[in-house]
Design a protein around this ligand. Structure first.
Ligand code: SF4
Length: 64
């Protein structure tokens, strides 16, 4: 079973950490200054977990 990862765009400050860590999963929209999930399911969960822990504003979370 694969979990789904989401970014809360309200909270995201567009620092780019998540996209830097997992470029297959997150993409930084430069014009919006927000991160977007480009692979919500089936991505490298260890990398996503690292991004969850590294996000300075805790904007990344798992959704069941
Ligand atoms: S690490 Fe957090 S604040 Fe930074 S771009 Fe990703 S979701 Fe946004």
């Amino acid at each position: 079973m694969s979990r789904k990862v989401v970014v809360d765009e309200e909270t995201c400050i567009g620092c780019g950490t998540c996209a830097g860590l997992c470029p297959d999963i997150f993409e930084l929209d430069e014009s919006l200054g927000k991160s977007r999930v480009i692979m919500p399911e089936g991505g490298d969960e260890e990398c996503i977990e690292e991004a969850v822990e590294s996000c300075p504003v805790s904007a990344i979370s798992w959704e069941d």
